[in-house]
Design a binder for this molecule. Structure first.
Ligand code: ADP
Length: 423
């Protein structure tokens, strides 16, 4: 088995898939691990993305988890380490982007790295160190009201400096526009000044492709998923359909959705309007102790042989607020995640082998219920959302195809399109 080229550490679950998707599109064969694997790598791939849940963990814990992931990746021979965070730079005043970056640098004996959440394909651009989400600055994008990681400053040099002990600098777009040699010269200059981390401007994929070659040989890269498009070429890897090859799909098809994001609400509606069968989970019934999972499965069982079915708790903001008002935000969330995860597991036991999961937390719970520890990343359905293949005792021996769609990703017809794409 050849050595691992790129070892990635992602600070959340769907973010890990997003990164893996970009690497696959650039030609790498990628496996995503849920947490730090207990065993050495047993497949031949170019990159592994270790998905942690460290974004909002206490700083110490995030650092510990990330260092443990680093150790495992190093043991697999990883030649370069990629620390992946959110394209909206989700972090608190304490971290965790800064402290994790510095801990990884120390462990790798590295004195310089870059930081950029730029992901132009998803309208995240960095200009003069300021992060834009679409046409507005980060702190006007809605992210200023995020419940866990409110982002009230779009100046990433300032944001990161508040989390770092090492001086933070900037590689401006004018330098990036000139390409590899100019970027390398600027890096040398910053290093001579004692700068440890440099935010990098990027407003287009071309910028990211110019940045890529300048990162060759850098022990640690920190970024959103965008930078990944320019790295595989450093290992002489070119885009190829082979990278995303998965075993042929078989079995029945189902969608389980617990996301209440706007895009998911539209996707549920579109699926129903196309005449496909759908079962709504009523949160208050679940809370009242009714065995709604059983009802949903009894409903689905005779339909599975006829095409995809949808089971959803997805609801609009007003309905979600009403449920949360009665049960509490966390209680309601955890209760529905448990219910949907039990349904997903049972569907797979019944013979579903193509499973669409909608919602970051929801898919986390479902993947856990299916005891899935790693997924091979396949072809993209929509930006940030690929099909994957995984082994699960519930789908023995051939495993199953699944896709984890985070809230606001995907076009309105995503639920139908996903199955067409796989066929
Ligand atoms: P997204 O990716 O859109 O944020 P998540 O699955 O991460 O989706 O989060 C949605 C959360 O909302 C989950 O905890 C889920 O259990 C919860 N939830 C789902 N349906 C409802 C509902 N009808 N009422 C209240 N909470 C809900």
């Amino acid at each position: 088995m050849s050595k691992l080229l790129l070892g990635c550490i992602a600070d959340d679950f769907t973010g890990a898939t997003d990164l893996a998707n970009n690497l696959v599109r650039a030609g790498m064969r990628v496996v995503q691990a849920m947490g730090i694997p207990a065993e050495p790598l047993d497949t031949d791939v170019d990159a592994v993305v270790v998905a942690l849940k460290s974004r909002t963990a206490p700083v110490k814990e995030a650092v510990m988890q990330s260092l443990a992931a680093l150790q495992w990746l190093q043991a697999q021979g990883a030649q370069q380490i990629y620390f992946k965070y959110c394209s909206t730079f989700d972090s608190t005043a304490q971290g965790n982007i800064g402290p994790v970056t510095e801990a990884l640098m120390a462990a790798l004996g590295s004195d310089f790295t870059i930081a950029t959440p730029a992901f132009p394909d998803n309208q995240r651009t960095v200009f003069k160190g300021h992060l834009f989400v679409g046409d507005v600055l980060l702190n006007e994008s809605g992210m200023q009201n995020h419940p866990l990681t409110p982002m009230t400053d779009a100046n990433l040099v300032r944001v990161l400096q508040a989390q770092c002990e090492r001086p933070v600098g900037l590689i401006e777009y004018k330098v990036v526009a000139q390409g590899e040699a100019a970027i390398r010269e600027r890096i040398a200059q910053l290093r001579a000044q004692g700068v440890g981390v440099a935010v990098v401007d990027a407003v287009s994929n071309d910028d990211l492709m110019r940045l890529g070659p300048a990162l060759k040989g850098m022990a640690l890269v920190t970024a959103g998923s965008g930078v990944a498009i320019g790295l595989p070429a450093n290992f002489n890897i070119a885009p190829s359909g082979k990278a995303s090859a998965l075993p042929p799909a078989s079995g029945w098809q189902a969608v389980v959705s617990g996301s209440c994001s706007l895009a998911t609400n539209r996707q549920v509606l579109a699926f129903i309007q196309s005449g496909r069968p759908a079962f709504a989970i009523d949160a208050m019934q679940v809370a009242a102790g009714v065995d709604v999972a059983r009802q949903a499965l009894d409903w689905a069982t005779p339909l599975l042989s006829q095409g995809p079915v949808l089971i959803y708790s997805t609801a609009e903001a007003k309905a979600v607020k009403a449920v949360q008002g009665q049960l509490g935000v966390e209680e309601a969330g955890a209760m529905l995640e448990r219910t949907l995860a039990a349904i997903a597991r049972r569907l797979v036991e019944l013979g579903v082998r193509q499973l669409v999961l909608a919602g970051g937390e929801t898919s986390g719970a479902c993947v856990q219920a299916l005891n899935i520890t790693q997924m091979k990343i396949g072809p993209q359905i929509d930006p940030g959302v690929p099909w994957c293949h995984a082994q699960s005792a519930a789908a023995s021996p051939q495993g199953l195809h699944l896709t984890l769609k985070s809230g606001n990703f995907g076009t309105d017809d995503f639920f139908s399109k996903a199955f067409t794409r796989l066929a």
